[in-house]
Design a protein around this ligand. Sequence first.
Ligand code: BGC
Length: 752
Amino acid sequence: MRALIVAGVLAGLGSAAAIANAAPWPWSNTHLTPDRRAQLVLHAMTPAEKRRLIFGYFGAPMPGTSYRPPPGARMGEAGYVPGIARLGIPPQWISDGGLGVATQRVSTDAYRERTALPSGLATAATWNPSLAAQGGAMIGAEAHASGFNVLLGPGADLIRESRGGRSFEYASEDPLLTGMIAGATIRGIQSQHVIAVLKHFAFNDQETGRAIYDVRIPHAAARESDLLGFEIAMEQGHPGALMCAYNRVRGHYACENHWLLRRVLDRDFGFRGYVMSDWGAVHSTVRSALAGLDQESATIFDHEPYYGAALRKALRDGRVPGSVLDEMAERILRSMFATGLVDHPIDPGAHLDLAADQAVAEADEQQGIVLLKNAASVLPFPRTLQRIAVIGGHADRGVLSGGGSSTVFPVGVNAVPGLGPSGWPGPQVYLPSAPLGALMAEAPQARFRYASGRNLTEAIGVARWANRVIVFATQWATESEDSSLELRHGQDRLIAAIAAANPRTVVVLETGGPVLMPWLDRVAGVLEAWYPGSDGATAIARVVFGAVDPSGHLPVTFPASVADLPFPILPGSELPANQPFVIDYSREGAAVGYRWYQRRQREPLFPFGYGLSYTRFAYDGLTARLVNGDLVVQFTVRNTGSRAGVAVAQVYVGSDEGGGETPRRLVGWRKLALRPGESRTVSVRVDPRLLARIGRRSRRWVRAAGAYRLWLGDSSAHLVQSMSVDLPAWQHSVRWPIAYRTPTPPIARPTH
Ligand code: BGC
């Protein structure tokens, strides 16, 4: 991978220098700022050229229509915007997505084989922004080498809905964790001179009715929750572009939402990039243009091409001032210069080191797997085991991935073809990384037997024969439909029957999000492997046999019952398909996920932040001080077990009375690899916004003076030490630039 990146950078520098020397244009001067370069080229453009930049095409033929993408588009790309060759402005070749270079499915035999990262939840479960950046750099490099210079991802919507069909593309229910992981992914992608498109702005938290529902949420609660996740991601990653969502927010479609795009994004966050629409999310010309939508994507998906003839007319008769068109084009150009699209032209012929890229995905999965249960230390499996049964989940063939636009077609074949749906958002793709084979490679002396699980009697027989059993349970989740907390296809029944046959049963879950586990008391162990990504089976096998200590922690609450969700009945699910509806988030407000459970005093199945290790850690020495006005928390973590392991020490803060209106929230963490007996004292600086509320009228972050309670532990529910700290009052305008920014971890480039 490093070879690939270095080669890419050198090639890029070479071409930048060549452009600077040879090109006749003043904006080729790489010493000028991106703003200046954008202004210079803008002044040289005709109105038609400016309009060309803001009008997107779908990059693939539309099945069942005569639509064909314009010449210049790449096979199976999500979007295409022609360039302006006479001015040296390249086309925008746009690919999904945040988990790897996807292919818009044209036909089953035409797709691009690329490396799939584990799901977004898996990456967030690493609690390791460096890994997220490394994954971003890997998929950015693959995009660049595949001829793409815009990548549609990552997603940063908060997981408010446990059944959300796209949770696997997102990071977490917590704004800090979401922002840090998504921001790091953006940094990685853009380090390869590919624009990252942060999406879906905002509140696209469920798929049911995604194009017609209207999210109602008070301004302050919105800013303290979902919008804070986006804000932190933007500070961390500076995405070149942002995708507005399908849904309405506070009465207006997100892509024509003045409050979201002009007030929050432009004025408060100081966003300098461009806003592009989701595919089919535009509903107007003038309203959208004035609200701040800079580019209409894949216009064939909208009811009409709003930024085509209709915009020309609106510009002619003055309903949209020419300055608005200038601003749209300038923002796009600025991001192209800032990210290096112009100076580092894509090279579709570049060599891809797919084996090295796969190792990046595998490293991510290794740290993202969460050990949820380990009764009597059933895990790790001793390598001396004689008989191991592997049951279900197509574990003899591959690992599952999520559906919809983010689907990455694997290197090699879909390991389990034909599972449907045959059209979009299918097919279900199993990456050809077989857990059975990977487990066998880890324990060559053991005998293995596999049962698909379709025949219960056979599976029970195999389970009885074995010293240990691993049941793989899968749940396909996809864009465009929400999921279920219940494992489908009778898998709960299968697991219960296997556990009854052999109590030394471990369940490995490959799910898009949380699931219920009615069999939990009967199995010995549970690993949540999410969608494991390319070569994810190796990561699973290494954790099972203890070559790797499980260090993933849940980025999302696993509820104990559907009745405990903020909306036990999924909003919109009981309405006719096209009937618009309101989702009223004031029910939970900013208390999303674990904060909702705390406030309602409901005990989840597994709390946010939870994850076991093969060793044990002790947490103590909690102290706090103010450094230049910032709260700095210090503590010590010690490995008290006999194996090396990795701790995720978490700090939470709430009001000193606890509970009530402001349940405690995550304000920082440290992930630490410790040898047996080793201890380390570390500190965390707390972003003051995490202790503040948005003033009802003042448009300021406001922290009241008083006593706050700090907690230290290894999950939101397991807090081993706490202390009270007196903090002075603090306020800051909600407008950028905020005095404080969460320190940005460096980008860890792939090292092999
Ligand atoms: C999705 C986006 C995606 C776009 C292009 C839409 O259906 O919501 O996330 O980037 O399609 O494929």
